[in-house]
Design a protein around this ligand. Structure first.
Ligand code: FAD
Length: 302
């Protein structure tokens, strides 16, 4: 299997900056994320504090970031990374059913703003999943729920409907409510018609089994109960401890030192995922430091 020197997970200002520096230092890199780059950049009306680019709009900044990537022949690999496994001397990154190998990894996926739902952590791997492509097959003939936080969740729900018996789509944001309303839905996919505020407090529960055997059996909202055996929680970013088993956290963020090193050798983190303040210029600066640290790790082992 082809092995990259540096895999960069996420392509906001932190990931793009890390990719630029890694490429300039002649490393074989792969940059994962969306072709649209970060929504948090693209949707910003006016940015006042990006050094050297006064009053730039988010759309214009994203255009410049794309131009910079193209100028260095850096391609965006449009894949969502679901898991990063440390194998000792390299890493395996899982994107759906595919695995990618890299000697070092830079995490730049931004921060998960939403707090975990009741039952989400308890039932992870016992009915709760973050990846439809990886886990849909386990639910053939069953009913699943899709908690839709991002655009892709609509496509993922349509994909699930091809495989499972029944899909209940819970729109967790106004944007996804509007998107699913416009989509043409198969008979086995229905949308839960509840207030988004009520959905945000839903609980993932197990009502049938005890102890270690407990698996998801339903979602409960303030006024309703929905029976199901699987719940797909589809957000833009995956919480870092769900993405990388064994990673050390500091609150919601990855714990890093000033070289952007994590507790796992060869694994670096930068931008919002590595802590506050949440700022474009800080994300880009940390991306540069993470890349230089990864280069040093590749060249010298430290
Ligand atoms: C409304 C708003 C206004 C803001 N205004 C300002 C401002 O004026 N000035 C300022 O400095 N900052 C501002 N910020 C903060 C700024 O947006 C963030 O600090 C910055 O975008 C962080 O960059 P990042 O690269 O760390 O992460 P992000 O910009 O969040 O980018 C992460 C990218 O990685 C992708 N990704 C995540 N997980 C994966 C995965 N597993 N696989 C593949 N791709 C993945 C995501 O889809 C996303 O595109 C604002 C934020 C918001 C929400």
């Amino acid at each position: 299997m082809e092995r990259y020197d540096i895999a960069i997970v996420g392509n906001g200002p932190a990931g793009v900056s890390a990719a630029i520096t890694s490429k300039i230092r002649n490393k074989k890199i792969v940059l994962f994320g969306s072709n649209q780059l970060s929504d948090k950049v693209g949707k910003a009306h006016e940015i006042l504090n990006y050094t050297g680019l006064p009053r730039i709009s988010g759309e214009e900044l994203n255009k410049n970031l794309k131009k910079h990537l193209a100028d260095l022949d850096i391609e965006i690999t449009e894949k969502k990374i679901n898991m990063v496994y440390s194998m000792g001397d390299h890493f395996n990154l899982q994107a759906g059913e595919e695995f990618i190998e890299a000697t070092s990894v830079i995490l730049a996926g931004g921060v998960v703003m939403e707090k975990a739902l009741e039952g989400e952590n308890e039932f992870l791997g016992k009915g709760v999943s973050y990846c439809a492509t990886c886990d849909a097959q386990f639910y053939k003939g069953k009913t699943v729920g899709v908690l839709g936080y991002n655009e892709e969740s609509v496509e993922e729900a349509l994909y699930l409907a091809e495989i499972v018996d029944k899909v209940l789509y819970f729109p967790m944001k106004n944007e996804t409510k509007e998107l699913i309303a416009k989509a043409s839905l198969p008979d086995n996919l229905s949308v839960v018609e509840e207030e988004i505020a009520d959905l945000k407090n839903l609980a993932i529960k197990s009502e049938n089994q005890e102890g270690f055997m407990r698996k998801v059996s339903c979602i409960e909202t303030k006024n309703n109960k929905y029976e199901m055996e699987g719940v797909f929680v589809l957000r833009d970013a995956v919480a870092p401890d769900k993405l990388v088993p064994g990673i050390e956290l500091d609150g919601n963020h990855v714990k890093v030192n000033l070289s952007m090193e994590t507790n796992i050798p060869g694994l670096f983190a930068c931008g919002d995922i590595a802590g506050k303040p949440y700022q474009y210029i800080k994300a880009a600066g940390q991306g540069n430091v993470a890349a230089l640290s990864a280069v040093s790790y590749l060249n010298t082992g430290v």
